[in-house]
Design a protein around this ligand. Structure first.
Ligand code: SF4
Ligand code: SF4
Length: 366
C-alpha cells in the first residue's frame, strides 16, 4: 500500500514537471513566433531584404525588451523635423536625433522627405538595398472616342487638361492625378497611364532604417513622392521625417499624420519670421510641437530679446544648441554631428529621452 502511494506521488510529480516543461517550450515558441512575425512585418513594410549587418530577429526582440526600448506592441512615434526657413539645421538635428535614438536601443527609421534636394544620405551614408520608381496616373485621351465636349476641362481645377475643337490636350506636369476628368468624361475616352515622377531608395545605416525620395528632374510636384515615401515607411519605435524647408504643400504632406513637430529655428529676423509661419501651420494641422533653437550665442546682445519673442509663440523650447566651430567643421566633412561632436550630442540627448518617455507612456508628444 505504502509502495503504491509512493509510486503515485512520484508519477504525479513527474507529470507536473512534464507539464511545466511543455508550458515553457510553448511560451518560448510563442515568443519566437511573435518576434519573427514582428521582424517579417517590419521588413516587408520597408521592402528590405534580410541584411547581413542586422542582428537575428530573436536577439533584436530581446535586446529591445532588455534596453527598455518599446517593442512592436508599443506606440510608434512619427516626429517631423521642420522649420519655416531653409538652412536652420533641420538635417543636422534630424540625423543626429536618429543616430542618438538608435544608439539608445530604439528601432529608428530616418525618412528624408526633402525630395527636391535630399541630403540626409550625405551624413548617414546608408547602404542602399532597394530602389524603385514612383509613378502617378495621368489621363490618356482616346481620340477615336473623344467628342471634344469640354467636360474634362471644366472639371479639372488645375488646368491640366483642355479641350480644343480639334484636339484634347493633357499637361501631365500640372495633373494632380485626382481622376476627376475620367469620371466626368461622358464618352469613356479617358484612361490612365503611369508617369514616372520620382524614385524611392531604402537601406540602412547600422541598425537604423533609411528611406529617401528623389523627385524626377523637371517634375514640379513633390507631394506624391513624399506620400509614396510615407506609405512605405517601416514600422519603428521612432520615425524621424526630415521635412523640406518652407510651409507649402510638401511640408504639409510631410506633417500629415505626425505625432510631433520639432521646429528648428535660429535667432535671426528671417529665422523667427519663418518660424512664425511654421507654428501657424502646425497649430492649424493640430499637431503638437516644440521648438529647438540652433546656433545659439548667449553672449549676443539681442539674445534675451529674441528669446522673449519666442516665448510669445507659446510653444515649449526643448533644446538650445550652441554655436560651435566643431559643429561647422564636422558638417563640412559630412559627418553625423552627434557622432563627431560630444558636446552637441549631450545637448540633444535630453530630447531623445523625452521622446523615449513619450513612447513608453503612449502619449506621443501630446
Ligand atoms: S470629357 Fe471626354 S469626350 Fe469630352 S473632351 Fe474630355 S475627353 Fe473628350
Ligand atoms: S486627373 Fe484630375 S488633375 Fe489630372 S487632368 Fe484629370 S481632373 Fe485634372
Amino acid at each position: 500500500m505504502r509502495r503504491r502511494l509512493l509510486w503515485e506521488q512520484e508519477r504525479g510529480s513527474r507529470a507536473l514537471v512534464l507539464s511545466i516543461r511543455r508550458t515553457f517550450v510553448l511560451v518560448v515558441l510563442l515568443a519566437i513566433g511573435m518576434c519573427l512575425y514582428d521582424e517579417v512585418a517590419y521588413r516587408r513594410a520597408c521592402r528590405l531584404r534580410q541584411s547581413a549587418g542586422d542582428l537575428p530577429p530573436v536577439v533584436n526582440f530581446f535586446r529591445r525588451c532588455a534596453t527598455g526600448g518599446p517593442s512592436g506592441c508599443s506606440v510608434s512615434m512619427k516626429v517631423v523635423i521642420a522649420s519655416g526657413k531653409g538652412g536652420t539645421g533641420k538635417t543636422t538635428v534630424a540625423t543626429s536625433l536618429a543616430f542618438l535614438a538608435a544608439q539608445d536601443g530604439l528601432r529608428v527609421a530616418y525618412v528624408d522627405c526633402d525630395v527636391e534636394e535630399p541630403n540626409g544620405h550625405l551624413f548617414l551614408q546608408p547602404v542602399i538595398e532597394d530602389e524603385w520608381p514612383i509613378e502617378k496616373p495621368v489621363p490618356h485621351i482616346d481620340p477615336r472616342r473623344c467628342t471634344h465636349c469640354g467636360r474634362c476641362g471644366e472639371v479639372c481645377r488645375f488646368g491640366a487638361i483642355i479641350s480644343l475643337p480639334q484636339n484634347t490636350v493633357v499637361f501631365p506636369e500640372l495633373c494632380h492625378a485626382c481622376g476627376g476628368c475620367q469620371l466626368a468624361c461622358p464618352s469613356q475616352a479617358i484612361t490612365e497611364l503611369g508617369r514616372r515622377i520620382g524614385t524611392i531608395r531604402a537601406g540602412y545605416t547600422g541598425a537604423m532604417r533609411f528611406l529617401g525620395g528623389v523627385l524626377q528632374i523637371g517634375e514640379p510636384m513633390s507631394p506624391p513622392v513624399i506620400r509614396a515615401l510615407k506609405n512605405v515607411t517601416p514600422e519603428a519605435d521612432l520615425v524621424f521625417l526630415d521635412a523640406p524647408p518652407g510651409t507649402s504643400c510638401p511640408v504639409v504632406e510631410t506633417l500629415r499624420g505626425a505625432n510631433l513637430a520639432l521646429l528648428v529655428t535660429e535667432l535671426t529676423p528671417f529665422g523667427l519670421y519663418d518660424l512664425h509661419l511654421a507654428v501657424h501651420l502646425v497649430k492649424t494641422l493640430n499637431i503638437p510641437a516644440a521648438i529647438m533653437i540652433n546656433r545659439v550665442v548667449k553672449e549676443q546682445d539681442s539674445f534675451s530679446e529674441w528669446r522673449q519673442r519666442l516665448e510669445r509663440l507659446q510653444l515649449p523650447v526643448w533644446c538650445e544648441l550652441t554655436e560651435s566651430r566643431a559643429v561647422a567643421e564636422a558638417y563640412s566633412r559630412g559627418e553625423v554631428i552627434a557622432q563627431s561632436v560630444p558636446d552637441f550630442a549631450d545637448q540633444l540627448r535630453p530630447v531623445v529621452q523625452r521622446l523615449k518617455a513619450s513612447i513608453n507612456e503612449g502619449t506621443c508628444g501630446h
